[in-house]
Design a protein around this ligand. Structure first.
Ligand code: 5MM
Length: 339
């Protein structure tokens, strides 16, 4: 697959300051989120919720690509239109999560490695036939006493690189997602140190596996203090730490960096992305964008509550969050947008 074809897919997704919508929650994750709101944890409820998302009027104005889950890429609207077709007609590029989850890493207590490489070449070919044009694989790195270990960082980086090489061979743009978790009392400095080490190892392994940086998307965490850290830095300090880390560790040939939200509130994720673009946009080699799940979906999910009567108001909330993040990409987001 020519690099230009892959690069064109990435360019299309992020054109006009658009970003990615992650709607690839696995069944256990989706069930947990539904259960917390009293929504039935059934296949039909998941289908109805994903129909709500993909049929949101005007979503394609600010969302350039949607990451689907294996179940979702095969589903249809109640009228029998495949979700993939609905997305394409809305100008949204369909993508697919292809990892099969993070499992305990042998010999490394409290650490995980993401699985899913076995049979991946065949699965990618099938997803491509189903209409996916990009894929996603998430590695999870926890910060704690004496972790992350080198074993965990190297195992996850290697798997990400093997996955990315297979994607490019299949003509799918790999979204490479090494997530350093926010959980814990660690400082921003510690998150910075770990994130930079992880990114350096990821790009080292990507190079070793001959992955072309111009045909991939990086989906990292923002550099943040742990959720229970007593010192919570300002939006500007977080923007400086995050962009500084990325400038040191990410090749300029990568077309786009799209952050995960990681459990930040919807508004904070927008404020922080906005600050990065206000302070650095004109000086960056890559687009600085978003690939949020909770920070786009959560307000809509809370309004929907599994009730047909709430679909429209939930869609309005989803549309609004997508627009806020598009504004943040431009450095034009303001708190007034929340009113
Ligand atoms: C970190 O999670 C990804 C981004 O979501 P947030 O913006 O909410 O942090 C997300 O794509 C995640 O990978 C999916 O929700 C799938 O998660 P599971 O754990 O079900 O595979």
């Amino acid at each position: 697959m020519k690099s230009q074809v892959l690069r064109d897919i990435a360019t299309t997704i992020f054109a006009h300051s658009k970003g990615l919508l992650a709607m690839d929650e696995s069944t256990p994750t989706c069930s947990k989120r539904f259960a917390s709101l009293g929504i039935p944890q059934t296949e039909e409820a998941r289908r109805a919720y994903r129909e709500l998302i993909v049929t949101t009027h005007g979503l394609g104005e600010s969302i350039g690509g949607a990451i689907l889950f294996d179940e979702t890429i095969r589903q249809q609207t109640i009228d029998g239109i495949p979700f993939v077709k609905v997305l394409v007609e809305a100008g949204i590029v369909p993508g697919i999560k292809v990892d099969i989850g993070a499992k305990e890493l042998a010999g490394c207590s409290g650490e995980k490695v993401t699985e899913g490489l076995d049979g991946l070449r065949d699965r990618l070919a099938e997803y491509s036939r189903l209409g996916a044009r990009f894929a996603k694989w998430r590695a999870v790195i926890a910060i704690g006493d004496a972790i992350p270990s080198r074993s965990c960082i190297e195992a996850n980086a290697h798997a990400l690189a093997r996955y990315a090489a297979l994607c490019q061979e299949a003509g799918l743009v790999p979204v490479v997602e090494p997530e350093v978790l926010m959980d814990g009392g660690h400082t921003l400095e510690r998150c910075l140190e770990v994130t930079e080490e992880v990114l350096r190892e990821v790009f080292c392994q990507l190079y070793a596996q001959r992955v072309r940086p111009e045909g991939m998307i990086l989906k990292p965490n923002m550099v943040l203090p742990g959720t229970t850290c007593t010192k919570q830095e300002s939006v500007e300090e977080i923007a400086d730490a995050t962009v500084g880390c990325l400038l040191r560790a990410v090749p300029a040939a990568v077309p786009a960096i799209a952050f995960l939200s990681g459990g930040q509130s919807a508004a904070l994720a927008s404020v922080r992305l906005n600050a990065m673009n206000v302070r650095f946009k004109s000086r960056l080699p890559w687009a600085l964008a978003f690939s949020f799940a909770r920070a786009i979906q959560q307000p809509a999910l809370e309004l929907w509550k599994g009730q047909e009567a709430n679909v429209l108001i939930a869609q309005q909330a989803l549309y609004h969050r997508a627009r806020c993040n598009q504004a943040a990409r431009r450095g034009e987001y303001t708190s007034e947008m929340e009113n």
